[in-house]
Design a binder for this molecule. Structure first.
Ligand SMILES: *Cc1c(COP(=O)(O)O)cnc(C)c1O
Length: 364
């Protein structure tokens, strides 16, 4: 059976390491933060090549912590993309600030740097750029604009952990980088988890405090914070999985290359910038007659997904922002055409052939 993401196969592959790691935590009696969390933070900071890593309870909380550390609040505007998961803009709105949506590039699905400047006002405090499907946004250009206007840049790397941009790793490309360890992300744990990456010592200290009720010392609260800590078991699982992660990335890239080779004559396959490497959190094609194709594939037990069917500026929860259909035409068009295919490091050639041949059958 083809799974969209096959976490069962992954677990069976690493079972010994993961079971031992979990057992160690159970026997230690420490379940929140602790040794494994400290060790994981060191390893992840090394992996990404940035000074500080602060793990936390989810990718959403990582975004929230980053925005809180920059003191984003009511009256502030935050520029972001409408073609992403809700958390990217939800956290901005949750803090009372206003998300300002900028359309994406049709080639990479990431925020179009050409269109950022016209949306900057005296209230703009920050840009949150997303690395959609596992490919980094154009951070050199985004950072350059931000520097000129003295605003911050957050990298939402929830889908791109392990990807590179001009030889540098995702989550190290701007003032603050965040990622998610949701089970289906490229590096997933077995529950919710996330991390914030930052170079600046002061910001790191503040984020670490915010994660734990704003306390710098026990029961002395310097900020209004949250309960955003990572569970020890999740850290232990991530530590067990981390040695296999580079190999998984390679496998994902091989799977993507094979899909693209065989599908490029009938559908629009992903475009990866020459200066990027993608970790293919999703392998997403653009197709005509998408809903019919989805039904046809479902009839053959092939799971697919749409990331994302409704761009954020047209979501009911953002109705108060006053956007209309037609305001961000590329995101709207993409939301009708994109289709994500089964993608994980353990998919077999035979399974891929079944997916590919079924798509080829549909279009001839
Ligand atoms: C998954 C995701 C998040 C949120 O991560 P969680 O760990 O599920 O809270 C944020 N941004 C993007 C782009 C995502 O894909």
């Amino acid at each position: 059976m083809i799974r969209f993401v096959d976490l069962k196969r992954q677990y069976m592959e690493y079972k010994n390491d993961i079971d031992r790691a979990i057992k160690d935590v159970l026997e230690s009696g420490q379940f929140i933060l602790g040794r494994q969390v400290d060790e994981l933070e060191d390893r992840l900071a090394d992996f990404v090549g940035t000074k500080h890593c602060i793990t936390c309870s989810s990718g959403t909380d990582a975004l929230l912590l980053a925005l809180m550390a920059l003191e984003i609040k009511e009256g502030d505007e935050v520029i972001t993309t409408p073609f992403t998961f809700i958390a990217t803009a939800e956290t901005v709105a949750f803090l009372g600030a206003t998300p300002v949506f900028v359309d994406v590039s049709p080639r990479t699905f990431n925020i179009d740097p050409e269109k950022i400047e016209e949306k900057i006002t005296s209230r703009t405090r920050c840009i949150v750029a997303v690395d959609l499907y596992g490919q980094c946004a154009d951070f050199d250009r985004i950072n350059e604009i931000a520097r000129r206007y003295n605003i911050f840049v957050i990298e939402d790397g929830a889908q791109s952990f392990g990807a590179t941009y001009k030889g540098r790793f995702s989550c190290s490309l701007s003032d603050i980088g965040i990622t998610s360890f949701f089970p289906a992300k490229p590096l997933g744990c077995y529950g919710d988890g996330g991390a914030v990456f930052v170079k600046n010592d002061e910001l790191a200290k503040k984020i670490r405090a915010l994660r734990n009720h704003g306390q710098l010392k026990r029961y002395e609260h310097s900020y209004i914070g949250i309960n955003g800590r990572l569970d020890t078991i999740q850290a232990a699982i991530l530590l067990a999985k981390l040695p296999y992660f580079p190999r998984e990335i390679k496998k994902r890239q091989q799977v993507a290359t094979y899909y693209s080779e065989r599908l490029q004559s009938v559908v629009t396959v992903p475009f990866i910038e020459p200066h990027n490497t993608s970790v293919f959190a999703q392998y997403t094609i653009q197709v005509e007659r998408r809903d019919d194709l989805r039904k046809f594939l479902a009839s053959k037990d092939i799971p697919t997904a749409v990331h994302y069917p409704v761009p954020l500026h047209l979501q009911k929860c953002f109705g108060y922002l006053g956007y209309r259909k037609g305001d961000l035409p590329i995101s709207e068009e993409m939301s009708e055409k994109v289709l994500s295919l089964p993608m994980h490091p353990f998919i077999t050639r035979e399974e891929q052939d079944l997916v590919i041949n079924s798509i080829l059958d549909f279009y001839v």
